[in-house]
Design a protein around this ligand. Structure first.
Ligand code: FBP
Length: 260
């Protein structure tokens, strides 16, 4: 049942999600005068190239559900249920719940997201909290996406660790996981294999050099091609879209790579 639920945020089995929770996670430092405005980012989300938009509950409440006339054009909503600020520079991070599954449903969400810092000495607390969320969200018909981010001093650079993080998402019954790209197709195939029936999305990371990039062989486009070649579902991108000079052009090119 949960895989069908995930279909709401997929097209041809693939997905391009627009992430916009950075005001919480990083602070306004990521924004310019356009991207600081959630309404502007919601317009990008509703361009038709995205299979979902991800934000915290306040952005959803004030900017997602406001214009009923646009209901049909809306990108499906995924509400992040936890988060931490950038002031917490702990090498062993923890991020706890700030929004309930019911609140997310009231806001119009078809899915919920939750970050687990895999490898942090606090991971058990996040896993326990996430497991309750997962159970409730699935009972109520929502897709569940785990941000499986490796953090903590015991995590080394071995790329198999990304596969471990993705596998943890499968073990915890995530419908989708969001992980970092390992940098090459072969190692990322292992990540996708480890995730099994759990769909894999790759985080965009800091903005790559896309604005002078009309050729689609470099930067975020090349990453998208490799990610799809490795068998992943797609990307969950923030900064590489709304920090671009022409965000909708970038989205269009990524959509061509991902959905075809
Ligand atoms: P980006 O594509 O901008 O990297 O966004 C993806 C994302 O997962 C966001 O949802 C989140 O706010 C951010 O990255 C967290 O990044 P980090 O943990 O590296 O600070």
């Amino acid at each position: 049942m949960s895989l069908q639920i995930l279909d709401q945020i997929l097209k041809n089995g693939k997905g391009l999600l627009l992430a916009y929770d950075h005001g919480f996670e990083h602070g306004p430092t990521d924004f310019d005068e356009r991207s600081v405005d959630p309404a502007w980012v919601m317009e990008i989300a509703n361009s038709g190239f995205f299979t979902g938009v991800i934000c915290q509950k306040g952005i959803a409440a004030k900017y997602y559900n406001t214009d009923k006339d646009k209901e049909n054009k809306k990108a499906p909503l995924i509400v992040k249920l936890n988060g931490k600020t950038a002031f917490q520079e702990d090498k062993e991070p923890i991020s706890l719940q700030n929004c309930s599954v019911d609140e997310a449903i009231e806001l119009g969400a078809v899915g919920v997201g939750y970050t687990i810092y895999v490898g942090s000495k606090h991971e058990e607390q996040m896993i326990q909290e996430f497991s309750k969320i997962e159970e409730e969200a699935h009972k109520k018909g929502l897709a569940v996406i785990g941000w499986m981010y490796l953090r903590g001093e015991c995590v080394d650079k071995d790329t198999d660790k990304e596969a471990y993080a993705a596998r943890l998402g499968l073990e915890l019954n995530c419908d989708g996981v969001k992980v970092k790209y390992t940098g090459d197709v072969e190692s990322f195939k292992k990540v996708v294999a480890a995730a099994g029936k759990t769909k894999v999305f790759v985080a965009g990371g800091p903005k790559l050099d896309i604005d002078k990039d009309t050729d689609t062989e470099t930067g975020i486009y090349q990453m998208a091609k490799e990610v799809i070649e490795a068998g992943a579902a797609g990307l969950a991108v923030g900064r590489n879209i709304w920090q671009a000079k022409e965000p909708i052009e970038v989205a269009k090119k990524l959509a061509e790579i991902i959905y075809t």
